[in-house]
Every structure is written in C-alpha cells, then in structure tokens.
Design a protein around this ligand. Structure first.
Ligand code: GLA
Length: 395
C-alpha cells in the first residue's frame, strides 16, 4: 500500500484534512471446510494480504464509499441503508453499518476509500476482510464521536459482520471468515470451535515448509447459490439424524462412529454423502492440529489430501479447475499435501511445499495447470498475518 498516493486520492474525492486508517486481512483455511455452519472446528489463518480503509467522519449521517481500483462509488445515509441491500460492491459495507446500528453502536456519517490486495472472488475472503475493516472503522469512529470508551469486542464485531452478509448481502455464510479477519494473529493459525466460539491460537510453525496459495483464477461463479443449497442439505441431514438423536444440536456433534451406525437414516445418497463429509472433516481437523503440534508434516499433508477428496466426491464443491490445480500440486516434487480452500467452485487451493522446491513447484504446477485449463494461475507464498487493527500512518 502506498499511503501517500491513497491519501492524495482521498483528498481529491473528499477534500483536505486528516484521515484514519483501518485494516483487516483475508484468510486461508488450512483444514475444516464447509463445517463452520455445522458447528464444527475449523483451522484457518489470517493472511498478510488485507483490505484497508481510509476514512474521515462527517457532520451528517451520509456514507460515501469509493475504492482505489473501481470507478463505481456508493452513497447512502445511515437512516436509509436498507435501500441498498444486495450483492453489489458497497452493500457489504452498508450492511455492516446496518447491523452495527441494530446492535446499538452509535454511528456517524463517514467518507471512505478502500484499497486492498486480497484477490477478489478467489476464496480468500476478501468480502469478510472488507466487512471487518468497515466494522472496526465505523465502530471506533462512532464510539469516539459519542464520547464512549472504545475498547472494541472483536468477536462481537465478527458476528455483526456475519449477520450483515447473511441479512443484507444474502449469503448464508458461517462465522469462520469474519472471525479470522477480526482475531487473526501473526504466525498463528486459529483452532476455532464454531459451536461455542472458543478458540486457541496454534503457532503456524512449519520448519522447512511453506504455505503456497494457488489461485486458479476461476471466479467462484456458482458459489453463492450452491453454498446456500449445501446449507439446506445439511439442515435436512441434521433433521434426519434427530429422529435417532433428538437432542443433536449440530451435525458436527456426531462422531464418525455414530454416523456409521446410523447412516441409513438419510433419504438419499446425496444427503448421506454431505453428512459424511461434514462429520469426517470435523474429525480430520483435530488430527491435523495434533500433527501440527507434533511437527508431523507428512501426516498433516495426508489429511489435506483427504479433505480435498471428500470435498470433491462427497460434498461436490470443487470443480475442474480446482481439481486440476490440486491434483497437479499433489503430484509435484516437494509438495506434501494440497486441497481447495474456502467455499469452492473456483478460487484458491492451499499447498504445503518444502522450501527448496517452492520455485520449481510454482513453475511446474503453473505450466501443467495452464495446459489443462487454459488459465494463467497465480501463486502466493504466505505466512499468517495480523487481524483487524487501526494503522498509524504519518499524514
Ligand atoms: C465461505 C464461508 C465460510 C465457510 C467457507 C467454507 O468462505 O464464508 O463461512 O463456510 O465458505 O468452509
């Protein structure tokens, strides 16, 4: 980020004066996919790639939003936010303002300029990072303007952002992305229990290995509708299991052993497969965390591979491009495990690669992937970054 240029742009849009700067990162999920909304445990990490918002309060209730790389601008009013419901850029930010107000935060009008380097629509949660950056900015500025103490509860803000995406944007997402964007810590992955929101930071120490994110460059076209479809299928699976376990609160509260004993309760093979993915994926997360703590990278890698197979065959949220990327990565020297990450249907894969092979891995996988799909991929070698925060910048 070049703050000077961004500040110039801010001034050309909104006039002279100081600005405040807030940031929130994207995320990569190492393992535990499509189980956050089933009360499961997930194992994501915040990225160094982030969305940043430059902002300045106004004396009225107007909200003006612009982005460094979009000509599109959005204007609204804190008293008429609902008019802008939908999936447009800008709805994410306005939805957050709406839910913040509903949760009782005092907000003030604000001019905002967004900049980000989290690739959009790539399964790295650029939308959650925009939401959380907006939430921390608007909540901080609103509380200050109201003369209130500004010790923010970041988990509460993450829940507010999730509500904004559910209610205002219309995507029924779980809590993983917003939680990670809010709470991430440098060099840590988060073991998050999505049922209780209890969490533990696990040092992301991979001596000799790195996390390589492989962007298929296939946009997640069908993702939102298929995502809501999967959620409905999981609800049905849960309803079936409640015939046997009346008090079952979430699919992930069932063990693989219990599933195996009762897998004839489902009305179709599809619903049975969806439940199998969810229940076994949840068990894989705890195994993966144990592997990471013991430094068993091969074990960790094998679990990543198993997760991908399950997402492809049982949960059916992968796709030609993700499979081409993951399968090529898995066969390439130096890679000990790879899987799709995020909602699927395009977007990114995550691979664990031995450091001395990173360059050759990127070249080999890149060439093979382009041959298979005609698309030019991108690769990011990354470590875990920090969660939501205010940045102090010289004006
Ligand atoms: C999207 C959602 C998350 C989670 C993942 C799949 O990123 O926003 O809540 O469900 O998909 O694991």
């Amino acid at each position: 980020m070049n703050f000077k240029d961004l500040k110039k742009k801010f001034v050309s849009l909104y006039g002279e004066g100081d600005v405040r700067v807030f940031a929130a990162p994207g995320r990569v999920n190492l393992i535990g996919e499509h189980i956050d909304y089933n009360g499961g445990k997930v194992f994501p990490a915040a990225l160094e790639m982030a969305n940043v918002v430059l902002c300045r309060t106004r004396n009225d209730r107007k909200i003006r939003i612009a982005a460094d790389d979009l000509s599109h601008k959005v204007e609204s009013d804190l008293d008429h936010l609902e008019e802008k419901k939908g999936k447009e850029w800008g709805s994410y930010q306005l939805g957050v303002c709406d839910e913040l107000q509903k949760a009782g935060y005092p907000l003030v009008g604000c001019d905002m300029l967004f900049w980000g380097n989290v690739p959009f629509g790539a399964g790295l949660s650029s939308s959650a990072s925009i939401e959380v950056a907006t939430a921390i900015a608007m909540a901080t500025l609103g509380m200050e303007a109201a003369g209130k103490k500004t010790e923010l509860n970041l988990i509460e803000l993450a829940l507010i952002c999730q509500k904004a995406e559910n209610n205002f944007v219309g995507v029924n997402c779980g809590i993983m992305d917003q939680f990670t964007a809010a709470m991430g810590q440098k060099d840590m992955s988060i073991l998050l229990d999505c049922n209780s929101l209890n969490y533990a930071m696990v040092p992301m120490e991979l001596p000799g290995y790195s996390i390589v994110i492989c962007n298929t460059k296939k946009k997640r076209g069908l993702a939102d509708s298929k995502y809501n479809e999967r959620r409905a299928e999981c609800d049905l699976a849960l309803a079936c299991l409640r015939e046997v376990f009346p008090d079952l609160d979430a699919l992930c509260s069932l063990t693989p052993g219990q599933y195996e004993m009762h897998k004839d309760v489902f009305p179709s093979e599809t619903i049975k497969n969806r439940a199998a993915h969810v229940i076994y994926e949840n068990a894989r997360v705890m195994e993966a965390v144990a592997c990471m703590k013991q430094g068993d990278w091969f074990g960790f890698g094998r679990l990543l591979n198993a997760s991908h197979t399950s997402l492809k065959e049982l949960y059916e949220v992968s796709g030609k491009e993700l499979d081409a990327m993951v399968e090529t990565a898995q066969e390439t020297e130096g890679c000990i495990g790879a899987r799709m990450t995020g909602a699927g249907f395009g977007g990114c894969a995550v691979a664990i690669v031995k450091d001395e092979y990173i360059e050759s891995f990127i070249t080999t996988v890149g060439i093979a992937y382009t041959r298979l799909t005609g698309l030019i991929p991108e690769f990011y070698v990354t470590r875990a970054g920090e969660g939501a925060r205010e940045l102090s910048v010289a004006q």
